[in-house]
Design a protein around this ligand. Structure first.
Ligand SMILES: [Zn+2]
Length: 375
């Protein structure tokens, strides 16, 4: 396929007018067939990569339902999110094991939809005070043996685990996770600067939804946010749905961390792509009004978003983030954060040919190409 006439995202230069050729599932120097996709006037960006979301279209990854995961994968692909690393929650080990097995079976079956490139265990290794919408009954101290069991159930598919590093045994846990090929993300935490910095220096290299479920950045007490800034290997996530983080904080975070480090995530719930109402989430109920989802009866406790990652990208642009920076934060940076940027995340020759054509007026989707095939 030859995708021609579009402004193509480039990691170094932003957008450049050039062609993208595909040969089979990969980007190539020459087109492998006679097919042409006219991208005149469009932006051509890599397929998005969401490393932190729970579900959509009525389904939740934590249900461990194979058909539900397939519906999630299909919906995400339709939204231009071509690679997904769905997140579990704070649940009993038995249920986490079922979630991990479901992800492994889904990968083995390869039945279409967005590719599941990993699983994110957002819990149970969190702290009570910042558990947010997670169920406190199932919180657990850091436990590398449990993580190993879950990684085995997932057949190596776990790529990210969120950790509150003030919990006992965190540094040993971080080192053990690295040996299992799992990146550790600091989040749902009350850790101060020194504790967070020690975790990052031990190898944690990701921060779960920066600003949310962690202490604020204060001038004498800079906390996780200051520690993440000071350790340059750390890539922070931001939920840019217009609800979780104020536009000014989004602009400040991009300026502080730079376009090389920011990751946009959706943190989307099963209500994404569904009407307003009440929905189950991690053993609790949430209520959804517009793009705001909260714990039922606790309108101050945000439960996650109901915006897909493509919606978050558009929101970031509306907040004043340059399009190229928002694209990088939704593609290459999240791929890098789980170690798969050699295969996906940019439109360079040799990478998978997954791209989205966006209308320049409103960034709506004109076409999705997934591994060389027009969807
Ligand atoms: Zn969370």
């Amino acid at each position: 396929m030859r995708i021609s006439g579009g402004q193509v995202f480039d990691l170094e230069e932003g957008f450049v007018l050039r062609e993208v050729c595909t040969d089979g599932p990969l980007i190539a120097a020459e087109s492998g067939d006679g097919e042409t996709l006219d991208a005149s006037g469009c932006y051509v960006i890599p397929g998005l990569v969401d490393v932190h979301f729970h579900g959509c279209v009525g389904e939740d990854f934590s249900d461990a339902d194979p058909e539900g995961l397939q519906r999630i994968a299909d919906y995400e692909l339709s939204q231009g999110v071509t690679y997904i690393c769905p997140a579990g929650m704070t649940l009993p080990e038995e249920q986490l094991t079922a979630i991990c097995r479901t992800a492994a079976a889904h990968r083995a079956q390869n039945a279409g939809g967005a590719e599941v490139v990993g699983a994110h265990l957002e819990g149970p290794f969190l702290c009570e005070a910042k558990k947010g919408a997670q169920n406190g009954a199932y919180l657990h101290d850091p436990d590398a043996a449990m993580l190993q069991r879950l990684q085995e159930a997932a057949e190596g598919c776990v790529r990210l685990v969120t950790l509150a590093p003030e919990q006992p045994g965190s540094v040993e846990f971080i080192r053990a996770a690295a040996e299992m090929g799992i990146h550790v993300s600091v989040g749902h935490t009350v850790a101060g600067y020194e504790t967070a910095r020690a975790a990052f220096e031990a190898g944690a290299d990701h921060a779960t939804h920066l600003f949310n479920a962690m202490p604020p950045f204060a001038h004498r007490d800079p906390g996780v946010i200051g520690a993440a800034f000071d350790v340059s290997s750390v890539l922070p996530e931001l939920i840019c749905d217009g609800i979780h983080v104020h536009g000014s904080a989004v602009r400040a975070a991009f300026r502080l961390f730079g376009k090389e480090r920011m990751i946009l995530v959706s943190d989307s719930l099963r209500a994404t792509g569904m009407p307003d109402g009440e929905y189950p989430f991690g053993g609790q109920m949430i209520e959804v009004h517009g793009n705001r989802a909260t714990i039922l009866g606790h309108p101050e406790t945000l439960a996650g978003s109901v915006t897909s990652l493509m919606g978050c990208l558009r929101q970031a642009v509306s907040f004043g983030i340059p399009l190229a920076d928002a694209v990088r934060a939704s593609t290459y940076n999240p791929a890098r954060s789980i170690g798969i940027d050699g295969r996906i995340g940019s439109l360079d020759t040799g990478k998978e040919a997954s791209a989205v054509l966006l209308d320049p007026k409103d960034l709506s989707i004109r076409a999705v190409v997934f591994k060389g095939q027009r969807m």
